[in-house]
Design a binder for this molecule. Structure first.
Ligand SMILES: [Zn+2]
Length: 512
């Protein structure tokens, strides 16, 4: 794992000019806030190296005299939504990026006066915000999108997905499927994802070339899978993968992905945790997803899933738990105490009828909760905007209370909260000086943004993946004005259709 805090605020000795519009308790204070009528206001979070401090009251002079060399990129927007602890939103704002990091934030006028940049993204009708964090995916399953729908959770993997995977999934499948997924995630403004699939070295290579940030899991499962014979074999292969990729690329975190407690026994789960702790990497696992899993756990171990994990020391290390639909009150306390990052996947939970996760109860108990899409076979897309919307709606209908899980809380789950849940707090998920420059622009040009009374409301309740205009990860542009700069999308589409054709033919043959 990289040092998450290497670029924390403390390194830079920041000077925040206190002319900051704070949107804390926004909904309580002004339910009809009209953003476009706000007077422009200034926040200059200048990155001021120790040798060139810029005290707030001397900023005008500092701007006039500093003649920095050209920086990499300036990203402008009508509003810069920082997603920081103070919920700052900068009107007519800009983010200055250099060396992969955010080096300053402020009004566009201030930033443009202070810096010359080699790249420049205009801000008219654009919202600038942190890239989205998809905390649970099976990227290559984009190639199984729509193969088997409308089936029960156990029937679905056992009789359709697992056999299809054993038959069709190889390194080429994973390469094409992951490229397809990265294309879709970049299209939708996702900049970090946590993946669990086979041939993790292939996933890592695709992530490396497409420029996204990802936790890439070596899947551990006690059955013949596309890349291993059983649990022992998959742990051994996973260990080799983690050794090969740890520290190789700061954007790629190799981790272990034990599938679930019904596809691994307690010894195998404990062995996977031991391997992860030996390598110093986190674990991502499906956790308390379905009534079946709960019943299996009770019958096999005499306790529910999270109790089991805790009892065998499985939570003694960084853990990302996907789904967590059926935790007991006691288990929610365990999740909070163990700082397990919970990833809520509302689309998948609804489509597979897994249940409604008690997200608000977990948040109230101090559990770290992020959002994910799950694989495209159970969603069936990788649109994090839809996950935000559904997360809010599900809690409201579950509690029969429209006031629970507000838009701003859900936006946090997809950005800063998601970063915390996957262990990247202080590195991504927030726009502030010293953070990695994982930044997106969302275009507010389309008809569904007219009129815009409340930017946060529109981002959560209106936007979709087609509205994202630009995507930057580590200061590098991956998409600009809808054009993909790191993926040959025409080639990927041809390869994906060709491979899907072969799958379809084979399935038709098998079902004759
Ligand atoms: Zn999953």
């Amino acid at each position: 794992m990289p040092d998450h805090c290497a670029f924390g605020h403390g390194v830079f000795g920041l000077e925040w000019i206190p002319v900051i519009r704070q949107f804390r308790d926004r909904m309580n204070n002004n339910k009809n806030l009209i953003f476009h009528c706000l007077l422009p206001f200034l926040v200059l979070a200048a990155c001021t190296p120790a040798d060139s401090p810029a005290p707030a009251d001397e900023t005008a002079d500092a701007v006039a005299v500093i003649n920095d060399d050209a920086i990499d990129l300036i990203i402008e927007g009508d509003y810069v939504v920082a997603m920081d602890d103070d919920s700052n939103v900068i009107a007519d704002g800009a983010v200055a990026v250099d060396g992969g990091l955010i080096i300053a934030m402020g009004t566009a006028d201030e930033i443009n006066a202070r810096y010359t940049a080699n790249g420049h993204l205009a801000g008219a009708n654009q919202i600038v915000m942190p890239g989205l964090i998809n905390g649970h995916s099976h990227a290559a399953m984009t190639l199984l999108r729509g193969v088997a729908d409308d089936l029960a959770l156990l029937d679905w993997p056992t009789n359709y997905i697992f056999p299809a995977e054993v038959e069709f999934v190889d390194a080429e499948f994973v390469r094409i499927g992951t490229e397809l997924a990265c294309w879709e995630m970049i299209r939708g403004g996702t900049t970090t994802f946590v993946d669990m699939y086979y041939y993790p070295e292939v996933v890592a290579q695709v992530v490396e070339s497409c420029g996204l940030r990802a936790f890439v899991s070596a899947t551990v499962i006690d059955q013949r899978s596309p890349d291993a014979e059983n649990a022992t074999d998959s742990i051994e292969k996973g260990t080799t993968f983690v050794e090969n990729w740890k520290g190789r690329n700061s954007r790629i975190m190799p981790i272990f992905g034990p599938h679930a407690n019904y596809t691994l026994n307690s010894e195998q789960l404990a062995a996977t945790r031991a391997a992860a702790n030996d390598a110093g990497v986190p674990i991502s696992i499906h956790m308390s997803e379905s009534p079946f899993e709960l019943e299996y756990s009770r019958q096999t171990y005499g306790m529910t899933s999270i109790e089991l994990f805790d009892s065998i020391g499985f939570l003694d290390g960084p853990t990302i738990g996907a789904h967590v639909v059926w935790p007991t009150e006691e288990e929610i306390a365990i999740l909070a105490e163990r700082e397990v990052g919970v990833i809520h996947n509302p689309s998948s939970n609804m489509k597979l009828a897994s249940g409604i996760s008690p997200v608000t109860d977990m948040l109230n108990a101090g559990v770290l909760v992020g959002l994910g899409t799950d694989g495209a076979a159970s969603n069936n897309d990788l649109d994090m905007w839809e996950e935000m919307r559904l997360a809010a709606f599900l809690q409201k209908i579950d509690k029969m209370n429209p006031e629970v899980l507000s838009a701003s809380t859900v936006l946090r789950m997809a950005t800063s909260g998601g970063a915390e849940a996957v262990g990247l707090k202080g590195k991504v998920g927030v726009l502030s000086v010293g953070m990695q420059a994982d930044v997106i622009q969302v275009s507010f040009d389309d008809v569904h943004f007219v009129p815009t009374f409340d930017v946060i409301s529109h981002l959560v309740y209106v936007a979709d993946e087609q509205d994202v205009a630009s995507v930057t990860v580590d200061g590098k542009l991956l998409m600009r004005d809808g054009e993909f700069l790191t993926i040959d999308t025409a080639r990927v589409a041809i390869e994906a259709r060709e491979l899907a054709g072969r799958i379809q033919t084979a399935l038709a043959e098998r079902n004759k």
